[in-house]
Write a protein that binds this ligand. Structure first.
Ligand SMILES: Nc1nc2c(c(=O)[nH]1)N[C@H]1C(S)=C(S)[C@@H](COP(=O)(O)OP(=O)(O)OC[C@H]3O[C@@H](n4cnc5c(=O)[nH]c(N)nc54)[C@H](O)[C@@H]3O)O[C@H]1N2
Ligand SMILES: Nc1nc2c(c(=O)[nH]1)N[C@H]1C(S)=C(S)[C@@H](COP(=O)(O)OP(=O)(O)OC[C@H]3O[C@@H](n4cnc5c(=O)[nH]c(N)nc54)[C@H](O)[C@@H]3O)O[C@H]1N2
Ligand code: SF4
Ligand SMILES: [Mo]
Length: 711
């Protein structure tokens, strides 16, 4: 068992903390040095990047400043209970007593499924695993899901269907520079995983041809040799165009298709029925450029395709990803050095968070809650009768619908800010206000926490030991480097404490994170995401271990699918994908497409980065990016406040001109709340397979804000 003391050195007022950035999926390692000078009231901080395999010793601006939101005094340090509309400090005992009383009451009135749990991809593997177990064993509710539904579900479900397995990258990052052609589809690595950029620039230096697919210009598209400015939501169609060219020009790998795939005949028949001219028209990408991209990828001897939320956060996200996987399979570019696929994972533990049972239909190790063998196995590890396990619940946004319908009466949120991150946020906020009891575990006051009946103070990354699985599927140990702030408790500790007060203590006997990991190893054993061979000791000695790692002596799987795919036939599936249109189209009233995403300095709903003075100063507020000729058409001036409205609501942001965005499209980032919360206007239509919301397209109009006209 490790103690905090081993990972911090405190001497003469200097504390050295070895840790890992809490933000994105690269999980860069760093050292934070806190120095308390004699006579100075505040300590000063120095941040030093630490070499590790993924980041190679780099840190981006968010990592450099990630100590700020944790240490600058805005933490929630005590349980806060709302009394007569105001939060009052209470003891943990009072907080737990309130939860047990309310949950017990609601369960006896409305049944065990009246309580919902909502987790997140920032939680450690240990806490995510325990949240899933707490839902099924502690409360026996079927309603649990997590924010990763909005993040990873399209790529994850596509990977499972096509390859039989979902792991962010099928290859180690070092394979990138071995690729001759790289397609970056709806991924803005320059701003979202900045420390990975050198992998791509090195590939370029070695002669790789880079293709970026994005409706607007970003730091990532600027690096590309070819930028396809796709119309939002039309990636599947664009991929159909490339597939058609590959087939017609004989740029396919017939031996690979024959030996390692199924479904070619149907795909060919489908592609034969499509017209390239129509594809160009629908996708907004000229035929010549579609051909150029197909030739570059088809002719290259090695190549990798990366997709992220631009392709995936669509109402056809699942099928759109599958069409990019079709490109990979038709050209046989997988399972070799420099050949593979990457769903660029988002949150710090976006990968691990989706493997161990936070998802409505899953049990640890990617086992399925509806599969009798999987249920029996996990029930065996947990020491319960499989019949006691609830069935599958519903996806994150559908839980919000159940909250609205008052089928869910109490909600327990750990590691998310749903009223800013869910689509159609006004609806979500109304629903949360109807709840009988809303509990939030967080370390900062979020927009959602403001609505809560009870806030539980959680520890932050510097204080909380646990494992995180990065975008490569590499499991990393992050050890606590300072004591908890105030009375904060670890997420997993809160769950254990609650379970014991609900008379389920026997199932939650954990004294530290490592003990939970030991159970997780067993629960995931033999599953797809098999962690059995990984231990804390190994993680300390090695730099991290890739899953699947079925035995303690196993090195962990760096590159997947070299010999076969983990499906019954051992072959991957090719699938025809239709030219799908977004669920909401532009009209005379709403003549512009809105797409949403991120900027370099801010992270997700901004709860953390807006509290970091150095980051907040760089982007103090939201904005709408718009083409100058579009702006002229709607009488908008650069830098002025404008109203962006959809059929669901309106937000107020400043106008920022960019001649590199499509003229029919505007872009607003997702990092601000209240009147700048872009999700007040996004559409809540979901992908039919993975239930991903179509965050990346809806129809809006943009008008000058009244105050400007008066000025
Ligand atoms: N700075 C920063 N970094 C982050 C995060 C953050 O909030 N801030 N969040 C982390 C998380 S959780 C995630 S999920 C990842 C997200 O990482 P990304 O998916 O790379 O980020 P986004 O900005 O959401 O979307 C990527 C790009 O998709 C484009 N796009 C929009 N619509 C479409 C479309 O229809 N088709 C195509 N092809 N492209 C489109 C956008 O213009 C944008 O440039 O980043 C992680 N890293
Ligand atoms: N329009 C639009 N909406 C989007 C997206 C988009 O591209 N466009 N992207 C979607 C994506 S990809 C994502 S991942 C979601 C994310 O959306 P959210 O889940 O809302 O993400 P965060 O802003 O990270 O909120 C996390 C909250 O948990 C807290 N927190 C962080 N770490 C911990 C921890 O270890 N324990 C506890 N208890 N609390 C913690 C933070 O302080 C913060 O308040 O947003 C989605 N929403
Ligand atoms: S935000 Fe991502 S790239 Fe930047 S330092 Fe943190 S983990 Fe690394
Ligand atoms: Mo995400």
């Amino acid at each position: 068992m490790s103690t905090i003391v081993e990972h911090q050195v405190e001497q003469n007022g200097v504390r050295v903390m070895d840790t890992q950035c809490p933000f994105c999926s690269v999980q860069c390692k760093m050292q934070i040095i806190e120095e308390r000078g004699a006579g100075e009231s505040r300590p000063s901080y120095q941040v030093i990047p630490k070499p590790n395999a993924a980041s190679e010793g780099r840190l981006c601006i968010k990592g450099m400043n990630a100590y700020q939101h944790v240490l600058t005094g805005e933490r929630i340090e005590y349980p806060l209970l709302k009394k007569d509309g105001r939060f009052e400090r209470v003891s943990w005992e009072e907080a737990y007593e309130a939860i047990v009383r309310r949950f017990t009451q609601l369960r006896s009135l409305y049944g065990q499924h009246s309580i919902g749990l909502y987790g997140g991809g920032s939680l450690t593997n240990e806490s995510a695993y325990l949240l899933g177990k707490f839902a099924r064993v502690g409360l026996r509710t079927k309603y649990i899901d997590y924010n990763g539904r909005f993040c990873m579900s399209a790529a994850a479900s596509a990977g499972v269907k096509v390859f039989g397995m979902d792991r962010g990258l099928t290859n180690p990052l070092s394979d990138i520079e071995r690729a001759d052609c790289i397609i970056l589809a709806g991924t803005n690595i320059a701003e979202c995983q900045p420390t990975l950029m050198p992998y791509f620039t090195r590939a370029k230096e070695k002669g790789a041809f880079l293709i970026a697919i994005d409706p607007r210009e970003t730091g990532t598209t600027r690096m590309a040799d070819l930028h396809l400015r796709v119309r939002p939501g039309m990636d599947a169609t664009l991929a159909n165009g490339m597939l058609k060219v590959l087939l017609e020009e004989g740029l396919t790998d017939e031996a690979f298709i024959q030996n390692r795939t199924e479904g070619f005949a149907e795909l060919k028949e489908h592609l034969d029925s499509l017209e390239l001219a129509e594809i160009a028209e629908l996708s907004g990408v000229p035929e010549g450029l579609i051909r150029k991209a197909a030739f570059a990828y088809g002719k290259a001897s090695t190549g990798m395709i990366f997709t992220a939320r631009g392709v995936e956060q669509q109402t056809d996200g699942h099928m759109a990803v599958r069409n990019f996987l079709n490109l990979i399979l038709l050209t046989g570019k997988i399972g070799r050095p420099g050949c593979g696929y990457g769903a660029v994972t988002g949150q710090g533990n976006g990968q691990g968070g989706r493997e161990h049972g936070q998802k409505a239909d899953q049990l640890p190790g990617y086992r399925l809650i509806e599969n009798p063998e999987d249920r029996a196995y996990v029930a065996g590890v947990w020491g319960i009768d499989p019949a006691e396990l609830p069935g599958k619940g519903v996806s994150a946004y559908e839980m919000m619908q159940k909250v609205h319908e008052q089928e869910i009466r109490a909600l327990f949120v750990m590691g998310s800010n749903p009223i800013v991150s869910n689509p159609n946020a006004n609806f979500v906020e109304e629903g949360l206000k109807k709840l009988d009891f809303l509990v939030i575990a967080d370390f900062l006051m979020s927009e959602t926490a403001q609505l809560a009946d009870l806030i539980l103070p959680a520890t932050a990354y510097l204080e909380n030991t646990g494992t995180m699985t990065n975008l490569e599927g590499r499991v990393l140990l992050r050890e606590a480097s300072r004591p908890a702030s105030g009375e904060a408790k670890h997420d997993w500790q809160i769950l254990c404490d609650l379970a014991s007060r609900l008379d389920r203590a026997a199932f939650f006997p954990f004294a530290d994170a490592e003990e939970i990991f030991e159970e997780l190893r067993l629960a995931s054993r033999g599953g797809t995401a098999d962690y059995y061979g990984i231990t804390y000791d190994r993680l300390r000695q090695e730099e991290g271990v890739y899953w699947p790692c079925p035995e303690p002596g196993h090195p962990g799987a760096e590159r997947l699918f070299e010999e076969s795919f983990p499906l019954a036939s051992r072959k991957a599936y090719l699938t025809p994908v239709e030219n799908h249109l977004p669920k909401e189209l532009i009209s005379p009233d709403y003549p512009l497409f809105l797409t949403t995403g991120r900027v370099l300095t801010q992270y997700l709903t901004g709860v953390q980065t807006r509290r970091s003075p150095a980051l907040a100063a760089r982007d103090v507020e939201s904005f709408v990016e718009i083409h100058p000729s579009t702006a002229r058409k709607y009488r908008l001036e650069e830098g002025t406040l404008v109203a962006v409205a959809s059929r669901r609501g309106e937000i107020y942001v400043r106008c920022r001109f960019s001649s590199d965005i499509r003229e029919d499209t505007v872009f607003v980032p997702m990092h601000w709340g209240d009147t700048q919360n872009v999700n007040k206007i996004t559409l809540d239509a979901l992908d039919p397979t993975c239930r991903m919301p179509g965050f990346k397209v809806c129809a809006v109009h943009v008008t000058p804000f009244l105050l400007n006209e008066m000025a």
